[in-house]
Design a protein around this ligand. Structure first.
Ligand code: CP
Ligand code: NVA
Length: 313
């Protein structure tokens, strides 16, 4: 049994399979063909933080594959009345085939997984957001594949990360380490990445820049995220000041490669981490990223429940 708690939980071969499978599953969706490989399977989703994309993409994806979904939040379950996470995992995993959790500390997710009879997926923690990176990598491949395979199209690219050293940044670092590309990271001081969280094998896959403009130079992809992630709201006023120069605008995009893409996991705050001109401009692929959450997660859920599938009808 496999869990997907962080990006590094799957191998290169597994990512090659999941991306190829996503191409197939997405094509079937777009051509109105049914893809019902998870009939009678149930996904439990546990949300301890807000969500739009994660909730809709997992729920719609599971129904499209013939399965069903149970949705729990802290407020409407015993999780909010201090039932131990270990006990919750033992109970929930006896009744469903797969669990997706969005919570605070990664340790809570790991505690759930250690007590679960079924695979567990990270739907975002303070430390990681692997499903979003899966969607972002697939989106890059779709826009810039140049006839190459998904993994070949990502090899050697430069991704500029402008903003907080947060869960998204940590997952980008893990992806770069495994898939052999480079992340140019620029964060305000006090909000740096901590590569120990990502457990990188080496420092070859990232380079740190003080000036966000320098980080964007020659990039194939420029990406950012909110200045204040969920759970850090008390720091909002301080962060607004510290991050003021970390707004991805047209000047930054002009330093990247002419065909560079702009990505943002959303939700976005125009005028803070990104200008309206950039996020609503021609280089932005944010709506494709959001849609692709559903397609990659369908491939991921199918893989975790059923293993590799060979049907290509
Ligand atoms: N990108 C993302 O995870 O969005 P939600 O918070 O809406 O799920
Ligand atoms: N870093 C953000 C991502 C939201 C999808 C957060 O954790 O709130």
């Amino acid at each position: 049994m496999k869990h997907y708690l962080q990006f590094s939980d799957l191998s290169l071969e597994e990512y090659a399979y999941i991306f190829e499978r996503t191409v197939y599953i997405k094509h079937k969706f777009k051509t109105y063909q049914k893809h019902r490989t998870l009939v009678d399977r149930t996904l439990a989703m546990i949300f301890e933080k807000a969500s739009t994309r994660t909730r809709v993409s997992f729920e719609a994806g599971m129904y499209q594959m013939g399965g069903s979904v149970v949705n729990l939040t802290t407020g409407d379950s015993q999780l909010g009345r201090s039932e131990p996470i270990e006990d919750s995992a033992k109970v929930i995993s006896r009744m469903v085939d797969l669990v997706m959790i969005r919570t605070f500390g990664q340790d809570k997710l790991t505690a759930f997984a250690n007590n679960s009879r079924v695979p567990v997926i990270n739907g975002l923690t303070n430390e990681f957001h692997p499903c979003q990176i899966l969607a972002d990598l697939f989106t890059f491949f779709e826009h810039r594949n140049l006839g190459k395979s998904p993994l070949e199209s990502l090899k050697g690219i430069v991704v500029a990360w402008v903003g907080d050293g947060n869960n998204m940044a940590n997952s980008w670092l893990q992806a770069a380490d495994l898939l052999d590309f480079k992340v140019h990271v620029s964060t305000p001081s006090g909000y740096e990445i901590d590569p120990r969280i990502s457990g990188l094998k080496s420092a070859k896959s990232f380079k740190v820049f003080k000036d966000p403009h320098e980080a964007c130079k020659g990039a194939d992809l420029v990406t950012t995220d909110v200045w204040t992630s969920m759970g850090y709201e008390a720091e909002n006023a301080k962060r607004q000041e510290a991050f003021a120069d970390w707004c991805v605008d047209q000047d930054m995009m002009a330093l990247a490669k002419p065909k560079a893409l702009f990505m943002h996991c959303l939700p976005a705050h125009r005028g803070e981490e990104v200008s309206a001109e950039v996020i609503d401009g021609p280089q932005s692929v944010v709506w494709d990223e959001a849609e692709n959450r559903m397609h990659v997660q369908k491939a991921l859920m199918e893989y975790l429940i059923l293993g590799r599938q060979t049907d290509t009808a």
